[in-house]
Design a protein around this ligand. Structure first.
Ligand SMILES: [Zn+2]
Length: 460
């Protein structure tokens, strides 16, 4: 078979872009855009604009409902061609615990073939790689086969509280032939990953008060203890192997798609490497690789994110605490909603006599997925295979959450394409990094996807 000359040119070009990628990401990752601290939105939006202008994009800013700027950059080749939307965010997670970073989180450093800084994998590195890939494709192909809209917001790590308002005020921004949502991390064996959606997430704060004031712990013989009370309530929510026990929690969730299960059977997930990466001696679910993957992707979660009561400082304090609080998140599957999850959680606690446990809902994302049979999903799978020379690990959705639903609700197929991250990228954790070797294939995969959407294969 003759080699595809455009593919060969893109292969060389994406390799040659590594220097520019490193320089642009180093500049971008210096901006301390921690949305949880309300920090640097203006600077973050300006830096994003600069990145998108590398792609030749016409950049505009939108705000909805008093939120920070959403940066939209369009590269329009021909209004008759389909639009592809590339969604990312310019905000990042907080950097704590800062002592565990080898170099400063906002002073990017290249060491041993990796760039280290907060946000390089989640997800500023993907924005930079995609901008350069769009430019490379336009220049090497002579024109863009699609129209591209970058949509980069500043509050994803805080649950994108203003994005839903933007979908109402500017629904046209969310409509296209397909949308990529951030990007996945590469598997340890080098295979790319395509996630056809994302789980949802709903966050809660639980609080229980058992007395007006804390007491001397000798009074624990008579006065109830808030910490024990909250622990007893939490204990009813989840089995030790991770199965969520909230009454009726899975109502409305469909059985797994048999085709997706076939993809999971072929997945190269390696539980031993996973244990190694996180320094754990065993995983919650026992059984074959497939059994574990099926449980991971087709189960919701109930996770205690934090737990506080009484005294936790140095030395001892013999106190019987009056108040206990926990932060909890529930990862949701398509078919579940945050509002129903909250109602089920409250009803579950009440049915077990825990009506004194107050439940407050905070932020979250709805779950969403795109069928593997959709043309955009198929184009992504073909592009990943061609760019990496190996079949992708295809999963029904990512285990984490993002803004996928805001696109699928507008009728736009949305998924997570292969990205610059790796399984040791430590997103949200100290020493976040991307490996330089993962950058060119992710750019090549995106360019190949855009080509595939612009010139779909002839029917067989
Ligand atoms: Zn994140």
């Amino acid at each position: 078979m003759p080699a595809d000359p455009l593919h060969r040119k893109l292969l060389q070009r994406t390799d040659a872009l590594l220097g520019e990628f490193t320089e642009a990401l180093t500049e971008y990752a210096r901006v301390p855009t921690i949305s949880a601290h309300g920090a640097a939105f203006e600077e973050g939006a300006a830096a994003t604009q600069k990145v998108l202008e590398r792609a030749g994009a016409q950049v505009r800013r939108y705000t909805a409902d008093g939120g920070p700027p959403v940066v939209v950059g369009e590269v329009e080749s021909d209004p008759a061609r389909p639009w592809v939307i590339l969604y990312n965010h310019y905000d990042v997670q907080p950097v704590d615990p800062v002592d565990e970073w080898t170099s400063e989180p906002f002073s990017p450093q290249v060491r041993d073939g990796r760039i280290y800084a907060r946000g390089v994998s989640d997800t500023k590195g993907n924005t930079v790689a995609q901008a350069l890939a769009v430019r490379a494709l336009r220049e090497e192909a002579g024109h863009l086969p699609v129209n591209v809209r970058f949509l980069v917001e500043g509050e994803e790590e805080s649950g994108s509280p203003h994005l839903e308002a933007l979908t109402r005020e500017h629904p046209e921004l969310f409509r296209g032939a397909g949308a990529t949502i951030e990007a996945t991390a590469r598997s340890p064996d080098g295979r790319p990953v395509v996630a056809l959606g994302s789980k949802g997430v709903a966050s809660f704060e639980l609080e229980v008060r058992t007395a007006r004031v804390d007491q001397h712990s000798s009074l624990a013989v008579l006065v109830p203890n808030a910490a024990w009370r909250l622990v007893a309530a939490l204990r009813t929510l989840r089995r030790d192997d991770g199965k969520v026990l909230i009454d009726g929690f899975l109502d409305g969730v469909d059985a797994p798609d048999p085709e997706m299960l076939r993809y999971l059977r072929r997945n190269s997930f390696d539980p031993a490497r996973y244990q190694d990466e996180y320094g754990v001696t065993s995983l919650l679910v026992k059984g074959s690789r497939f059994v574990r993957l099926r449980r991971a992707y087709y189960s919701p979660t109930c996770t205690i994110n934090g737990l506080v009561s009484g005294y936790t400082g140095p030395g001892s304090k013999t106190v019987n605490p009056a108040v206990a609080r926990a932060k909890l998140d529930l990862r949701l599957l398509p078919g579940q909603t945050a509002a129903v999850a909250r109602d089920r959680l409250v009803a579950h606690l009440k049915a077990r006599g825990f009506e004194d446990v107050q439940v407050r809902a905070s932020d979250g994302f709805p779950p969403a997925s795109t069928p593997v049979s959709s043309p955009f999903a198929q184009a992504t799978l073909r592009a990943a295979k061609k760019a990496y020379g190996a079949p992708p690990n295809v999963v029904p959705w990512s285990l984490g959450s993002s803004t996928t639903a805001y696109f699928t609700r507008a009728g736009t197929p949305a998924l997570e394409p292969p990205g610059v991250g790796n399984s040791g990228s430590r997103a949200h954790a100290p020493n976040e990094n991307v490996r330089l070797e993962d950058v060119p294939p992710s750019m090549l995969a995106l360019a190949t996807l855009l080509l595939g959407v612009g010139t779909p294969p002839a029917p067989a």
